[in-house]
Design a protein around this ligand. Structure first.
Ligand code: AQP
Length: 327
């Protein structure tokens, strides 16, 4: 029997090449080997303020991105998180076995609450990792393919599964995290010390999957580089390392091959070719993206929700019995 994978993306902004290289590209490659469930996690998105109409549009946009990237609804199930109410219910129950220090140490919460400080942050943002644990455990997920930034959250899901099983008897599968080395952490183009992020203040932080060719050229041109003029792949040159990593992911060449190719050529040629390589990928991707109508995508998402709801209902029946609710 195939192992089951589960993962998702928040409809919280413009999906960027980091989300693609760190997560979605791997899902596409894995969908033949695994029973795959991919979710648009709108409940997660509202942990920071969202415009309701925009959220609806973004939710469908993410689903179109899944399809355009190559997620095949004949092989994989895609659905919207809020269409399956059991996610919220299980999150509540898992809250009751989660300890405050486990959430206190989460770097994503620390990063995202920086703007308003801890006092100004919503409880939902603090509790985000527990909802994510519920997403994963609800389906007895065996493998969770994510970017490196989510590793800590999957570890919490593992701990909560083990804790629940110990207290109430075997109920949840303990999931493994899967992080592919290439693309695991794509950094911001304007600041290589921080990951590329769709909620970044400056649009020069990321390349969106729906950016046009001119915008991509402009963003790559403006991307920060390190001092010097020779292309170098090292930790001492994090900006260049990041750009080379992006190039490597899109061109299927190794960083070493790329460095060799641009020896003695300077950054200009490298950046021009990098933009061209990204645009080559995006042209094909965007053509597919634009070919889906909202209606088409909604039908796929509704069918997906119906399918996974059966699994979720069954699991919640077991959970309710175990914790002592009257059936
Ligand atoms: N920079 C990145 N490099 C590699 N992988 C990344 N991922 C995100 N950023 C990078 C991976 O994309 C998947 C979906 O992410 P998400 O939507 O759940 O939220 P996130 O991790 O918080 O991503 P963003 O882009 O930074 O969004 P905002 O700004 O809204 O928080 C995950 O598998 C993640 O690892």
């Amino acid at each position: 029997m195939k192992k089951r994978i589960f993962s998702g993306v928040q409809p919280s902004g413009n999906l960027h090449i980091g989300n693609y290289l760190g997560a979605i590209k791997n899902w596409v490659e894995m969908q033949d080997q695994f029973e795959s469930i991919f979710c648009v996690v709108d409940l997660h998105a509202i942990t920071v303020p969202q415009d309701p109409q925009k959220l609806r549009e973004k939710t469908l946009e993410i689903a179109k991105i899944y399809l355009a990237a190559g997620i095949d609804p004949q092989k994989s199930t895609i659905f919207i998180q809020s269409h399956v109410v059991q996610h919220s219910e299980l999150a509540w129950i898992l809250n009751t076995i989660t300890k405050m220090p486990e959430l206190d140490k989460m770097t994503q919460f620390k990063d995202k609450s920086q703007k308003d400080g801890r006092e100004g942050a919503q409880v939902g943002l603090y509790d985000y990792p527990v909802l994510m644990a519920a997403d994963i455990l609800l389906y007895d997920t065996e493998v969770v393919p994510v970017g490196e930034d989510q590793k800590q959250h999957v570890e919490l899901a593992r701990n909560l599964a083990q804790r629940f099983n110990q207290r109430f008897g075997q109920t949840f599968t303990v999931p493994d995290v899967f992080i592919k080395q290439e693309g695991m952490r794509i950094m911001g183009l304007d600041n290589p010390a921080k990951k590329m992020s769709k909620s970044a203040i400056s649009e020069y932080n990321y390349i969106s999957l729906i950016d046009d060719a001119k915008t991509v050229e402009k963003k790559i041109k403006k991307a920060v580089t390190d001092s010097g003029s020779e292309l170098e792949y090292s930790d001492e040159k994090p900006a260049l390392k990041n750009l080379i990593n992006i190039y490597a992911c899109f061109s299927n060449q190794s960083p070493e091959e790329i460095v060799k190719k641009y020896q003695g050529k300077g950054y200009g040629d490298f950046k021009r070719d990098l933009a061209e390589t990204i645009n080559g990928f995006l042209a094909d991707f965007q053509e597919k993206f634009n070919s889906y109508s909202d209606e088409q995508v909604l039908a796929i998402l509704r069918a997906g929700a119906e399918k996974v709801e059966k699994i979720a209902k069954e699991k919640m029946k077991e959970v309710r019995e175990k914790v002592g609710f009257v059936m």
